[in-house]
Design a protein around this ligand. Structure first.
Ligand SMILES: [Zn+2]
Length: 354
């Protein structure tokens, strides 16, 4: 008998007073979070990608499936950020608060009634789980890189320096993390942490190559790597001196400049600086805030990303790959929690935004 029928049968066996009490409690439980109407988000086995699977009972309110290829069991939440949560109601509240404002970790931990560590983990579990949509760009498309000082905020045991965040060096140097922002005038936006140090054509290619429609006109300041990228993608490119801010008329980068300014304000002032390790996640947060999505929409975004758990637990491994391959910095390991995984580092990095 499935759980629903079991509950109905049990309910019928109660006294009238008990029935009323149960109904009161049920009314308080938000059903849109705990019980999905359908498990439509399962299209293949999250472990081996096979499309051959069968229904296999329930785990709580969730339909379980069993893969006929690898014989493993899964639900629509397996692999996603929503997998294995111990306090679903609190998580639901946390999720809504995250869409409300950029609350500092301590504030949100207090509001929800969870530990600082859980608040930190949930923040990045959610942000890691938001799937990148590789939408293509059309028409006038602005592109620029935003600079953030390389930061190791939160890393333990770095003996050589008390100060982990930032540095006072100005200008383009090997301590600047580069976030590439690309946006057309049609709401297609990409924010990708590309590298630390000089942005190369290869960095741009790795992030946005092949996503431009034929009518695209790339607009940027005079950046050699962007010009080289435009040429290799066969794109029309209009550039201007950085000091001029525009090439005249509609050819400017004002929209991404505005985004860059508010993102910098949030990261450097509201959040008092963030670690480069998590910079991409904060850019993702800014994007979902900008889209003004609600908690339900966020939930369905999270359910789509079946690689989220893997990326979340391997964040350190991905960061190590990033530092060693896309910066001139030295990777230093002393963190409290490290996870090791049998999967290929480069594969993970590709799945991840960095
Ligand atoms: Zn399988």
């Amino acid at each position: 008998m499935n759980p629903q029928n079991k509950i109905i049968q049990l309910f019928k066996s109660l006294l009238n007073k008990e029935k009323q009490d149960v109904l009161k409690v049920l009314n308080k439980i938000s059903t849109n979070e705990a019980i999905p109407s359908k498990d439509m988000l399962v299209s293949s086995c999250p472990h081996c990608k096979s499309k051959l699977f069968i229904k296999n009972g329930y785990r709580g309110a969730y339909q379980k499936y069993k893969c006929k290829s690898c014989f493993r069991v899964f639900t629509s939440k397996t692999g996603t950020s929503l997998h294995g949560l111990h306090k679903p109601e609190k998580f639901q509240l946390y999720k809504s608060l995250m869409l409300e404002a950029y609350y500092p970790i301590k504030t949100i931990a207090n509001k929800v009634g969870i530990s600082i560590q859980t608040a930190f983990d949930w923040r990045h579990k959610i942000l890691t789980g938001v799937m990148k949509d590789d939408k293509s760009f059309e028409g006038i498309t602005e592109i620029d890189d935003v600079w953030f000082s390389y930061s190791q905020k939160g890393r333990k045991g770095l003996k050589y320096s008390k100060k982990r965040g930032g540095n006072k060096r100005v200008g383009d140097n090997e301590f600047q993390a580069k976030l590439l922002i690309t946006a057309d005038r049609n709401r297609s936006i990409d924010m990708s942490l590309a590298c630390i140090g000089r942005l190369t054509k290869a960095d741009i290619e790795r992030k946005i190559s092949g996503r431009f429609s034929e009518d695209c006109v790339l607009v940027s300041d005079k950046h050699r790597s962007i010009a080289a990228f435009a040429k290799s993608e066969n794109l029309k490119h209009i550039s201007f001196k950085a000091s001029q801010h525009t090439a005249g008329g509609e050819y400017h980068v004002q929209n991404i400049n505005n985004m860059a300014q508010s993102l910098k304000g949030i990261i450097n002032y509201t959040l008092k600086g963030v670690s480069t390790k998590y910079l991409q996640n904060y850019a993702t947060w800014y994007q979902i805030m900008r889209e003004k999505i609600n908690s339900k929409e966020l939930r369905s975004k999270l359910l789509k990303n079946k690689n989220a758990t893997q990326l979340f637990v391997n964040r350190e491994v991905i960061y190590e790959w990033f530092i060693e391959n896309l910066s001139k910095r030295t990777y230093r390991c002393p963190v409290k929690k490290t996870y090791q995984s049998a999967v290929d580092q480069e594969d993970l990095a590709r799945l991840s935004l960095i």
